[in-house]
Ligand binder design. Structure first.
Ligand SMILES: Cc1cc2nc3c(=O)[nH]c(=O)nc-3n(C[C@H](O)[C@H](O)[C@H](O)COP(=O)(O)OP(=O)(O)OC[C@H]3O[C@@H](n4cnc5c(N)ncnc54)[C@H](O)[C@@H]3O)c2cc1C
Length: 290
């Protein structure tokens, strides 16, 4: 079967935050033939389509969610194909796995992304980034799938990119299928050292091993959401089993038995307090599924 269907998948199991109820259905696309079946799935399911990767940037609501999840989950072990400084990567390869390949091959440019736990596909869709770089900086072209066009390549320059923003310029459902990166020639030693440095820095400032979805809010233009939350008194603020991290106020942690209701209530209190105190409206970075 090239399109595997699972009914009522648990969002808590599919997301790094580990909270949330059940989606309607989850389709795992195993190979290109599975994309033909996916067209029929899309027609059949109609509403609530949502691509999902590693679920490391998602906050899923409690209870039954009207979602039809689509996940790239190719049969063959996700591997990168390297030709000089060009690297072709399937969307379901994990970003940390890609960085390991880049270390071994002495390819530089993405070292600042160390510590981001998602899939390559999800990281493109979020234009994930840190320490002054993002996915866009190294992408040459992206192979996408849409119900109306099937598979097609788009040059990076013909796509819309921004701060944690990526778009095809329309509202149609899309999947990132594979990505071609253009990197810079370096050495194994140098790439390894830079990645280690980035990761060490993250480990001392962010709760990298806790159950989180990364940063909850986007940084407003010219300031840090973490600092605003800290100054508004939200660092370490808890509600039930959820809480803003003691280490970095812009990370919401599931302490074990957290719920989406608690997470959303904390976010709403924080947004209100920051708006009142600083006149700044925080916008969620995490994708809220309700
Ligand atoms: C500890 C921790 C640290 C983090 N640090 C960072 C950081 O420094 N910088 C940063 O930017 N983010 C960070 N994140 C957030 C997250 O890891 C990134 O946003 C990551 O790129 C999301 O990838 P994912 O596969 O988990 O995507 P998901 O969470 O599964 O999905 C995110 C979005 O991408 C879409 N999507 C997923 N896969 C596909 C696909 N194949 N095709 C089309 N759309 C798709 C989804 O519909 C959704 O809109 C962190 C998260 C954690 C838990």
């Amino acid at each position: 079967m090239t399109l595997e269907l699972l009914h009522k998948p648990s969002m808590a199991k599919l997301t790094s935050l580990g909270i949330g109820g059940y989606a309607r259905v989850q389709a795992k696309v195993r190979d290109e033939a599975g994309l033909d079946e996916l067209s029929r799935f899309v027609e059949r399911e109609g509403s609530g389509l949502l691509a999902i990767g590693e679920g490391s940037n998602m906050l899923a609501g409690d209870g039954e969610l009207n979602l039809a999840l689509v996940q790239v989950a190719r049969h063959r072990k996700a591997q990168a194909e390297i030709s000089g400084t060009t690297v072709l990567v399937p969307a379901d390869m994990r970003l940390p796995g890609l960085l390991s390949v880049l270390i071994k091959n002495g390819l530089g440019g993405m070292e600042g992304l160390a510590g981001i736990p998602g899939s390559v596909g999800g990281s493109i869709a979020m234009n994930a980034g840190s320490y002054g770089t993002d996915m866009q900086a190294s992408v040459k072209r992206v192979r996408l799938w849409t119900p109306s066009k099937g598979l097609f390549w788009k040059d990076a320059a013909d796509l819309e990119w921004g701060y944690r923003h990526f778009s095809l310029g329309n509202d149609e459902f899309f999947l990132v299928w594979e990505v071609e990166f253009e990197l810079s020639g370096s050495t194994e030693k140098e790439v390894r050292a830079k990645i280690k440095e980035t990761f060490e820095k993250k480990k001392t400032t962010q709760p990298v091993t806790a159950r989180t979805a990364g940063c909850v809010f986007k940084n407003p233009e010219g300031c840090s959401a973490g600092k605003l939350l800290d100054d508004a008194g939200f660092k370490g603020r808890n509600l039930g089993g959820m809480g803003f991290s003691e280490m970095h106020a812009n990370f919401l942690e599931n302490k074990g038995d957290g719920t989406a209701e608690q997470a959303l209530e904390l976010m709403s209190q924080a947004t209100e307090a920051v708006a009142e105190k600083f006149g700044i409206t925080l916008k969620p970075e995490v994708i809220i599924l309700s």
